[in-house]
Design a protein around this ligand. Structure first.
Ligand code: PNS
Length: 159
């Protein structure tokens, strides 16, 4: 049986921290689906198409990684694509409470789907999308925080 894992997120925008988790997860599973969330109640900086395009460019050279987007419940999307594992990254203790609730709620909603956590690489422990957006908006250097395609999208959108 081929093991399919799902790495969901807002990816607004994708960072090097996300990319690190993607690369490491893809070595553990036959197939990895990176799933961009589209929640109508949430306001994103980049559209779902932009976030999906950036990720497709980032993972272009990996045969076993696909990028998709979803709305509605994550566990329903997991069922639809045949994934029984959700991957989430953990940076610091501050991530834990939210991730703990998310994982328990998802398992409550669908006991067939479990969440595993990957510890961030220490280089990326302080990187999150909202900070990257803020630094970029204020003209700071984000070239070592995001893949080149994301830096390009940010510059085009901001300036
Ligand atoms: O990158 P983020 O914003 O931390 O990702 C959060 C995400 C998209 C994984 C989460 O909000 C989610 O799964 N949303 C889909 C809707 C859903 O299933 N909500 C119930 C989960 S407890």
């Amino acid at each position: 049986m081929r093991t399919i894992a799902l790495y969901p997120g807002s990816f607004d925008p994708p960072t090097n921290g996300h990319y690190d988790i993607i690369k490491r997860s893809a070595t553990l599973f036959d197939k990895l689906i990176v799933a961009v969330a589209e929640n109508p109640a949430k306001k994103y900086f980049f559209s779902v198409d932009e976030r999906t395009s950036m990720l497709r460019e980032i993972v272009r050279e990996y045969d076993n990684i696909e990028v998709d987007h979803f709305d509605g419940l994550l566990v329903e999307y997991a069922d639809k694509i045949g994934a029984v594992t959700i991957i989430r990254g953990l940076r610091a203790l501050s991530d834990f409470e939210y991730e703990f609730e998310l994982a328990l709620m998802n398992r409550h909603l669908n006991a067939n789907v479990d969440t595993i956590f990957m510890m961030t690489d220490e280089h990326y422990s302080f990187i999150r999308s909202s900070l990257v957006r803020e630094v970029a908006r204020l003209g700071g250097d984000i070239s070592d925080k995001v893949p080149p395609v994301v830096e390009k999208y940010l510059k085009e959108k901001l300036f």
